[in-house]
Design a protein around this ligand. Structure first.
Ligand code: KIV
Ligand code: ZN
Length: 540
């Protein structure tokens, strides 16, 4: 059995499906580029049958990330499809332009799903799998099949269904613990049983896909890999339905750090992990908990005196991984107030940003103004600047000016000046419980897009009183929209994330709120499709 574990990233599909993780198609494209740079083997780019926008976003990723301009290694681009002809046709339409396309189709196999959700008998399920996998295979050479809710399915029935999928042409068999129910020993045994008893499985890749409802997704995934699976389905920061999916960074670093135990390798460039974690968090507005393994702000922070003393004597006393191995070291950049445009360009290039002249001018202007206020600029500051300056949703409403009065005397008041999509300026002043509340009230009075603020998080990019502040917000729109679940359309209100960075946190807060509002306005159809930022990354 080979020792290479394929990393199948589903941040853009299962991850994006989680509440609030909605990304625009330009953001999805940037995440896909970053995933390719990270070295994932498969990018599940979306669920093309969900909507024409989803189909188009997957297609763009297939065209642009699935065919690297420099002729480098192209990841497989995958589209999800329910086991219906219509879904499979749409998935194929979307992934076909990729150098290596994959169709991933699924059908539930647990009694509870078959009886109540699908209202199908075992025989009908087997027949549908045979028919739809062979239809997918007639279109695409690379077909993945998932028996949904495998974790609660009868193993004997699974062997039969998977055997049929293999006969019909499936090349990867993915075993999902859809509801995060299994324990590591059970899940490992399930995978071992499938490998032992499914006819024809030796010619296929067995994959694992775990959810984190009991906090066991990583443990279950590792148990599945130890039992012989050779593909792990994961998301960046573990985002996903309910408690999320298996976190990419946890599985990759567990395999890397405990290599002698697993004897398995991946193609991941681990030094890219921190960057992609931030990118996904900024775009989705889903912040990473400080104590999150590998990518949390405290993951490498040592506070206790005994620990610090030990570390100074020998890093191995309390550190099982080096922060540099996941790209978490704070490189002190020697760029400052006196650095020129060329130095900035070179530094950005070494971080993977290949900016055009106009974009560089834009970032340089921001860099200079930051350097006036802050002596030491780190790579993290630069990344925050880039996210704030270049990777924002289309600016329907943009911040043109903001002034606040606050403190212990008088009422917190904000005056906001916004530019609307037609270029007109609007000014409004409002009073609030604090300066941010006042600014948001003034913005609301101008933009008039009803919403509920669900989350507001401020954090400093680096230490020090002069640090850049980053704000992420999540808002829920008042409209509901249709999404597809396995069988029918369901109405759900949508949540949108926004990000802003500035040394003034009220300004960063206003920018983050506007970014989320702009997404909401596009999604609710008040202003055309969400085509906005150009691409700035070195192509993958
Ligand atoms: O969790 C799940 O079952 C899924 C399948 C579509 C693979 O996401
Ligand atoms: Zn899932």
């Amino acid at each position: 059995m080979d020792s290479y574990v394929r990393i199948f990233d589903t941040t853009l599909r299962d991850g994006e499906q989680s509440p609030g993780a909605t990304m625009t198609s330009a953001e999805k494209l940037e995440v896909a580029r970053a995933l390719a740079r990270l070295g994932v083997d498969v990018i599940e780019a979306g669920f093309p049958a969900a909507s024409p926008d989803d189909l188009e976003a997957v297609r763009r990723i297939a065209v642009e990330v699935g065919n690297p301009a420099d002729g480098g290694r192209a990841p497989i681009i995958c589209g999800l499809a329910r086991a219906t002809r219509n879904d499979i046709d749409k998935a194929w339409q979307a992934v076909q332009p990729a150098a290596h396309p994959r169709i991933h189709t699924f059908l539930a196999t647990s009694e509870i799903h078959m009886q109540y959700k699908l209202r199908m008998t075992r025989e009908q399920v087997v027949e549908r799998v045979r028919e739809m996998v062979s239809y997918a295979r007639s279109l695409c050479e690379d077909v993945e099949f998932s028996p949904e809710d495998a974790g609660r399915s009868d193993p004997e029935f699974l062997y039969e269904v998977l055997g049929v999928a293999i006969e019909a042409g499936a090349t990867t068999l993915n075993i999902p613990d859809t509801v995060g129910y299994t324990l590591p020993e059970e899940f490992g045994a399930l995978i071992a049983g499938i490998i032992r008893h499914t006819p024809g499985i030796e010619n296929c890749i067995v994959s694992v896909h775990c959810h984190n409802d009991l906090g066991l997704a990583t443990a279950n995934t590792l148990a599945g890999l130890a039992a012989g699976a050779r593909q792990a389905e994961v998301t960046v920061n573990g985002i996903g339905e309910r408690a999320g999916n298996t976190a990419l960074e946890e599985v990759v670093m567990a395999l890397h750090t405990r290599r002698p135990v697993f004897n398995l390798s991946t193609g991941i460039d681990t030094t890219q992990i921190t960057r992609i974690s931030k990118l996904v968090s900024n775009y989705t507005g889903i912040s990473v908990q400080p104590n999150k393994a590998i990518v949390g702000a405290n993951a490498f922070a040592h506070e206790a005196g005994i620990h610090q003393d030990g570390l100074l004597k020998n890093q191995l006393t309390y550190e099982i991984m080096r922060p540099e191995s996941v790209g978490a070291s704070q490189t002190r950049l020697v760029l400052g107030k006196h650095s020129g445009r060329h130095a900035l360009k070179m530094r950005l290039a070494s971080l993977g940003y290949d900016l055009g002249e106009d974009e560089l001018d834009q970032v340089f202007e921001r860099f200079k103004s930051l350097a006036d206020r802050k002596k030491v600029i780190t790579d993290a500051d630069l990344e925050a600047l880039i996210s704030d300056e270049l990777y924002q949703p289309r600016e329907l409403f943009s911040l043109d000016g903001l002034q606040v009065a606050c403190g212990t005397m008088g009422m917190p008041t904000a005056t906001v000046r916004l530019r609307d999509p037609q270029g007109r300026l609007h000014v409004h002043a409002a009073v609030g419980t604090g300066p941010v509340d006042a600014a948001y009230k003034a913005i609301d009075a101008i933009v008039q897009a009803e919403n509920v603020l669900q989350e507001f998080v401020v954090h400093a990019v680096t230490e020090g009183i002069d640090a850049l502040g980053e704000v992420t917000v999540r808002i829920q729109g008042q409209d509901s929209h249709s999404t597809l679940d396995a069988q029918r359309e369901v109405d759900q209100p949508r949540t949108f994330g926004g990000y802003g960075a500035d040394t003034d946190i009220v300004v960063a807060s206003a920018k983050a709120y506007l970014a989320a509002l702009n997404k909401l306005l596009v999604a609710t159809g008040r202003y055309g499709p969400a085509e906005q930022v150009a691409t700035h990354m070195v192509s993958a």
